[in-house]
Design a protein around this ligand. Structure first.
Ligand code: AMP
Length: 585
């Protein structure tokens, strides 16, 4: 059994940890049942440490002892003010305390020691920030097996890795303190970040501040004159109202005894709130446009839109992003759990715990075309993940041949006639000497199972395209079983026939060539050499008559070897003659 690997979202505002259990990724809750842990650490006067909700609860009274949003400081040179805000700790140490708490939680949930983790970082994190994150993990006792991009994790949690090659995903992540938009493209089965744009100073906290300031104004106060601890209370209420307005059209903002004497209360509508935050929403949209233009894409070239981060729950945010991309967002995952879930899936894939969960659409039977001698030439083997593409170059077998017929076949049998015919394309080409024409045949199955056959005369560039709807993938289970069963049952005779056919084709090519070679080069050979060639040739003819595959194959091989030296000599002679001709000109 491989070691368990956990997935961790180490977020600016919140963090979470998950593990694949019995093939399912799941996030681990704390003893209060909460899966999301605030990325907040309280450092007590005597060296005590509290992390998460417990730390956050101390904020209204001991605000200066509670460190939040430490992620913004990771891997950076800090200003004096920033250093002071960390109270003598480094950003890595504070992050390590968060990661240590997650470790403790997971070990307690699973009842065993855990050591390996995948940790996510924003796509825009540079090497220094990634290394700092890794070191924070190590300080907390983790072996960090991978640093994963957050948008990639988000896409994994939505199962978007199944979209297929070249698919593009836009991940819009609006969290508590940061915003970013990343455009990913699936390349060779993994997501590559095409572009990412964001604002590390833009998030839900700004929206809380906007609302708190509005309310403070309506209460007849100056925002600047509100003390630090009182300000935190206004902010906390603003956040509550903001979140409530994602569910309801109306919510009461209430600040009882905000200055010890007076109370304030005001109904806030979703429409009002949407208007107040409009400038912030607009800023996120301009980042989206920049990311699209960096990736040289139009908004309609995106195949999926994913919204993550708690603030993407705000209705006006969602509608604005959807209208920019002209498509509805996939909302099937919790926006604040998607990254942790994706990290967990990635961890499960690395440890092997997720192997069997990934269900891929595959070709039920092999696809190929008929080649000379009635053989099946498989281009796409059965069980290939779709979408897929494969091709081969063919030539004409007959001198002055004017066209080639491509029969597209499906099945597991060696001989074309035993497979099912899906379609035929006739490709005309310029009559050419045997072996001179070049015809490329390519089979392409798209994500919907539609098979397209492209046949191209390489010399003229003329294409023939045949589209075969679904039949390449939509095959009943019984017929697949029968086809595979037949191929097993006939494996021996099928293989013998293929060997014989291939050897026969080779013999038919070789015999006239040997004839010609002997005529040309008899004078260079000893009597013994001539004898060897004659014997080998007789054996080939004999084996052809007897229709015995293996002896034909062996005889063809012997004849080929016996004439090797002669063939080389003839080629050499022809070259010398050509050279002589050139020199005498
Ligand atoms: P994250 O950093 O992704 O955990 O997001 C945290 C941010 O999402 C905080 O600013 C939260 O106030 C905000 N948030 C969480 N839930 C909601 C909600 N239902 N409506 C609006 N904002 C929310």
């Amino acid at each position: 059994m491989n070691d368990i690997i956990v997935g961790i979202d180490l977020g600016t505002t919140n963090s979470a940890i998950g593990v694949v259990d019995s093939g399912f990724p799941m996030l681990l809750a704390d003893d209060g049942g909460k899966r999301i842990m605030p990325s907040a650490v309280w450092y007590g006067p005597s060296g005590e440490i509290e992390v998460g909700h417990k730390a956050l609860r101390r904020r209204p009274i001991e605000g200066s002892r509670v460190i939040t949003s430490v992620k913004r400081l990771m891997g950076r040179e800090l200003s004096v003010e920033e250093s002071e805000s960390l109270g003598g700790k480094t950003a890595e140490q504070v992050s390590a305390d968060i990661l240590r708490e997650l470790k403790r939680r997971a070990e307690w949930r699973l009842g065993k020691a855990l050591t390996k983790a995948v940790i996510t970082v924003p796509a825009y994190f540079h090497d220094g920030q990634r290394n700092a994150t890794k070191r924070a993990g190590e300080l907390a006792g983790w072996e960090v097996v991978r640093i994963l991009n957050e948008p990639t994790a988000a896409a994994l949690s939505y199962g978007l890795d199944q979209l297929g090659e070249r698919s593009r995903v836009a991940v819009y992540d609006l969290g508590g303190g940061t915003f970013d938009l990343s455009i990913l493209e699936m390349q060779d089965g993994v997501f590559q970040v095409l572009s990412t744009h964001g604002d590390t100073q833009l998030g839900g906290d700004d929206l809380d501040r906007v609302l708190a300031e509005k309310m403070i104004g309506l209460a007849g106060l100056e925002a600047a004159s509100v003390g630090h601890d009182a300000w935190i209370r206004w902010r906390v209420e603003a956040e509550r109202v903001k979140c409530a307005l994602s569910e309801r059209a109306l919510e009461t903002f209430a600040m009882p005894f905000f200055d010890g004497v007076n109370s304030f209360s005001r109904e806030v509508t979703r429409v009002e709130f949407s208007e107040w935050i409009q400038p912030w929403v607009a800023r996120t949209l301009s980042c989206c446009r920049r990311a699209l233009s960096d990736a040289r894409l139009e908004s309609n070239e995106i195949d999926a839109l994913v919204l993550v981060g708690g603030s993407s729950r705000i209705p006006v945010v969602r509608t604005a992003v959807e209208s920019l991309f002209g498509r509805v967002a996939d909302l099937s995952q919790h926006p604040d759990e998607a990254i942790a879930l994706g990290a967990t899936i990635q961890a499960g894939v690395i440890s092997g715990a997720m192997k069997h969960l990934v269900l891929l659409d595959v070709t039920p039977l092999s696809l190929g075309i008929e080649t000379l001698g009635g053989l099946m030439n498989v281009l796409i083997p059965r069980n290939t993940t779709i979408p897929c593409k494969a091709g081969e170059l063919f030539t004409n077998a007959v001198h002055e041949q004017k066209a080639m017929r491509v029969r597209v076949l499906q099945g597991e049998r060696e001989m074309a006639r035993d497979n099912w015919e899906l379609g035929i394309v006739d490709i005309p080409f310029k009559p050419a000497a045997k072996g001179q024409a070049r015809i490329g045949v390519q089979l392409h199955i798209d994500e919907n199972g539609i098979l397209e056959v492209l046949a191209r005369d390489v010399k003229t560039g003329i294409d023939q395209i045949l589209t075969i709807r679904s039949s390449a993938v939509d095959v009943s289970d019984e017929s697949v079983e029968k086809m595979v069963g037949d191929s097993v049952e006939h494996a021996f005779s099928d293989m013998a026939e293929r060997i014989f056919t291939e050897a026969k084709l080779k013999a038919e090519e070789l015999l006239p060539a040997v004839e010609q070679a002997l005529e040309l080069g008899r004078q260079w050979l000893s009597a013994k050499e001539i004898k060897t060639i004659e014997t080998a040739r007789a054996e080939v003819c004999q084996a052809l008559l007897e229709k015995e595959p293996n002896s034909l194959k062996a005889a063809v091989q012997r004849l080929d070897t016996a004439t090797e030296a002669l063939a080389a000599k003839i080629v050499q002679q022809a070259m010398d003659e050509a050279l002589d001709r050139q020199l005498s000109l």
